[in-house]
Ligand binder design. Structure first.
Ligand code: KG4
Ligand code: ZN
Length: 372
């Protein structure tokens, strides 16, 4: 049984979590900075790093308190050290290195995007529970993620492997071929906006709050997805890359009109009521269509047997509904683990812990994924 403390500070959430055996989440504390960034309708890096400094120690203390344990019970410190905003990453990495050094415990470095994929393995349970006295079986019979969780235990071939991984978040829209949790290869990525970023920017165009993803998702349920024909950018015939900036611009022109040469910009009130719902539903339908078609391409090219989806936009109800009838098993994280959290990092760290793949105390914060 390994008890791992995970630390997350890659973007605008400061988070810490105590996870046992790579899946049993005993605490999952997240200090959200949404209120600080709301008026700018996006994350301001300098504000984010300052807030991480203020939040990091209380969040770690709360995570330990939630699991009714102390630092003495922790066997390793895990941190997401890439990719992300440099000023944000540095706070979590420095805290993790300091704890590892002071406690003489191993430090485990994980990739935040890989951790988003791993989040499908986390047990969907109430956190804030004391540590168990004995190990919990990693794969609970009947657990929805049974097959995926089994993949993590060994590198042995699994009938569900290789899987296609899809990370859809505010910073990433990427496809991966996953053979095991230590063999994840990037096979496609957005060439401009991430899909979550497109949701947030379209929300701003529509006069909605930040972050816009959950709001558009909710309004889309009341609208007609076929009312407006927004573009579906597929790129080249075999391409697994994404592009969402054309779609975003198309929504802008739909709402404000196509800019005319020499005409002064005119302020247009954002739509409301059914017109707003229809735009949300049509925009969401375009995003989901592209994602599902790219997933089909990726499955064909990798001969995958399952699909693993993670990241903030994996909470999207439209995407979940559409993939519920996909021809392969599709694994989603529990809603609480879709957006940034530290449980997913502590969980993935268990795989590296088992392989004794520890980081040294000169670990760097890195703004990009190795593969992206
Ligand atoms: O994974 P995450 O917390 O942060 C990054 O690593 O980027 O994802 C945040 C993103 C935001 O863009 C937010 O608007 C989007 O996830 N999001 C959603 C939904 N819930 C969150 N987008 C669409 N539908 C949702 N239900
Ligand atoms: Zn993330």
């Amino acid at each position: 049984m390994a008890v791992i403390l995970g630390i997350e500070s890659t973007c605008d959430e400061t988070a810490a979590s105590v996870v046992v055996d790579g899946w049993d989440v005993h605490s999952n504390v997240i200090a959200s900075q949404v209120e600080l960034h709301q008026k700018y309708r996006g994350v301001v890096p300098e504000i984010a790093s300052r807030a991480h400094i203020e939040n990091i120690l209380p969040v770690i203390q709360d995570a330990l308190a939630g699991a009714r344990c102390t630092l003495a019970d922790i066997e390793a410190i895990a941190v997401a050290h890439r990719p992300g905003l440099i000023g944000s990453l540095l706070i979590g990495v420095t805290a993790a290195k300091t704890l590892a050094w002071a406690l003489g415990k191993p430090l485990v470095a994980v990739d935040h995007v890989h951790a988003h994929l791993y989040s499908v393995c986390l047990k969907n349970t109430n956190d804030d529970r004391p540590l168990p006295v004995a190990a919990t079986p990693r794969v609970a019979p009947g657990d929805a993620t049974h097959g995926v969780a089994a993949m993590l235990a060994t590198d042995a071939p699994d009938p569900r492997s290789p899987a296609v991984g899809l990370v859809v978040s505010g910073g990433h829209t990427s496809l991966y071929r996953i053979k095991s949790w230590t063999d994840i290869v990037l096979i496609g990525a957005t060439i401009d906006d991430a899909v979550g970023e497109a949701y947030d920017k379209v929300a701003a165009i529509l006069g909605l709050e930040y972050p816009g993803g959950p709001i558009i998702d909710r309004l889309a349920r009341e609208g007609d997805p076929s009312s407006i024909s927004f573009p579906r950018t597929m790129l080249e015939r075999d391409s697994l890359d994404f592009s969402f900036s054309g779609l975003k611009t198309s929504v802008l022109y739909h709402v404000r009109g196509v800019p005319k040469k020499h005409a002064s910009p005119v302020y247009v009130e954002p739509p409301t009521g059914p017109a707003l719902n229809d735009i949300c539903a049509s925009f969401q339908a375009a995003c989901v269509d592209v994602i599902v078609k790219k997933l089909r391409r990726a499955v064909a090219q990798t001969e995958a047997s399952s699909i693993i989806v993670g990241g903030g936009v994996s909470a999207n109800q439209g995407l979940r509904e559409c993939l519920s009838t996909f021809e392969l098993p599709v694994y989603f994280p529990a809603l609480r683990y879709c957006t940034d959290n530290a449980a997913m990092s502590a969980g993935l760290a268990q795989v590296l812990f088992d392989k004794q793949r520890f980081a040294s105390l000169d670990l760097d914060a890195v703004t990009r994924s190795v593969f992206a």
